[in-house]
Design a protein around this ligand. Structure first.
Ligand SMILES: O=P(O)(O)OC[C@H]1O[C@](O)(COP(=O)(O)O)[C@@H](O)[C@@H]1O
Ligand SMILES: [Mg+2]
Ligand SMILES: [Mg+2]
Length: 348
């Protein structure tokens, strides 16, 4: 545990190159908006926009809530005048051009876990900071079609029992908690490290019958507990807020999976690469964990479009690697070998 304020932490980071100063400024601006969102979330059903449907859909077909759009407006306006060339959001079809001379691009999920707004369950904001694409007549979308390994910073705010900021500037992942007494974020976990082994998984089990065989077999083995090949008991958690599941995994380990499945529109899972999977993968890798499509590394993917979905597995390193082996390694099948060909695991 450590007690540095976020301000002091950013000031020390910003002593480096100019670009580091810009990144620090962007994080400070995002904090200003997040504290406004926190106020809205804290009001719950007493607030103006609480859980109101907007009657519109975002580009992914999700129904937008008033809060999704309100939060998007707050983050976009806090970045006006910041060193940001362009802004992309889950709630906007196309990126918004801000300052063409600026060096950074920001992609954001303004409100993650929005199905939980009315449940008084933790929700959050996820952000990714990239170098802006440069060149004459460059299309702002180009900034967001870079692989996640080019991110300069990534983080998320969690509006829960504690308001937290999980932040990685590329060397480690820190967790700051908002202190109401001091009126600022204070470092609570310095260079957090995810245990490489775990006995806890997070997945929406309701989709079991829609998953491909490799995922079903992996989960079957966890469920078999001490009587199965894992020879130990497993526990399950599913909050349905990516940010809250990620926070738990950072603090105590675990694995999160949102795989591809057979439902219409879910052939690439549910989560979006540019403003959900990439920033979460950056944070998780910087905390010693890993993040994959269930097979390959998320941060090496080159996005084809701003809103593309991607299957996602992340968390404790050994467990994430194990999920990949169910897709590619026939030795994982063990006594199920006769079923293997029939189930078509190799097709995955
Ligand atoms: O309802 P499901 O299918 O279990 O999906 C839950 C997932 O969807 C999300 O809510 C998607 O994010 P948004 O709320 O930003 O659309 C994740 O936070 C969460 O992990
Ligand atoms: Mg989300
Ligand atoms: Mg969202």
């Amino acid at each position: 545990m450590s007690g540095a304020t976020l301000e002091a932490y950013l000031a020390s980071f910003a002593r480096g190159e100019d670009i580091a100063r810009d990144v620090a400024t962007v994080v400070q601006r995002l904090v200003m908006a997040a504290l406004e969102v926190r106020k809205l979330v804290n009001q719950g059903a007493l607030g103006p926009a609480f859980n109101a449907a907007r009657g519109s859909s975002n580009t992914d077909g999700d129904f937008q809530k008033e809060m999704d759009v309100l939060c998007d407006d707050l983050f976009l306006s806090c970045l006006q005048g910041a060193p940001v060339a362009c802004y992309a959001s889950e709630e906007l079809e196309n990126p918004v051009l801000l300052d063409p001379n600026a060096r950074l691009a920001v992609a954001i999920d303004p409100l993650d876990g929005s199905s939980n707004i009315d449940n008084n369950v933790s929700i959050g904001t996820i952000f990714s900071v990239l170098p802006a694409a440069k060149g004459p007549d460059v299309d702002p979308s180009q900034s967001f079609l870079q692989p996640g390994n080019r991110q300069l910073a990534a983080g998320f705010f969690l509006y829960g029992p504690q308001t937290a900021l999980v932040l990685s500037l590329g060397k480690g992942t820190e967790i700051f908690i908002f202190s109401s007494r001091l009126g600022c974020f204070v470092e609570a976990y310095k260079s957090i490290s995810i245990p490489e082994r775990t006995s806890e998984f997070a997945i929406n089990m309701a989709n079991y019958r829609h998953w491909e065989e490799a995922i079903r077999l992996y989960v079957d083995d966890c469920l078999a507990g001490s009587e199965g090949p894992r020879e130990r008991e497993f526990n399950m958690r599913w909050i349905a807020s990516l940010v809250a599941d990620a926070y738990r995994i950072l603090v105590r380990g675990g694995i999160f999976l949102y795989p591809a499945d057979g439902r219409k529109g879910y052939s690439q899972g549910r989560l979006r690469l540019v403003y959900e999977a990439n920033p979460i993968a950056f944070i998780i890798e910087n905390a010693g964990g890993s993040a994959t499509t269930c097979v390959t590394r998320i941060l090496d993917l080159i996005p084809e479009n701003l809103h593309q979905r991607v299957p996602l597995a992340f968390g404790s390193r050994r467990e994430v690697a194990r999920v990949a082996r169910y897709h590619v390694d026939p030795n994982m099948i063990g006594e199920r070998a006769p079923l293997f060909g029939k189930r078509g695991l190799f097709r995955a």
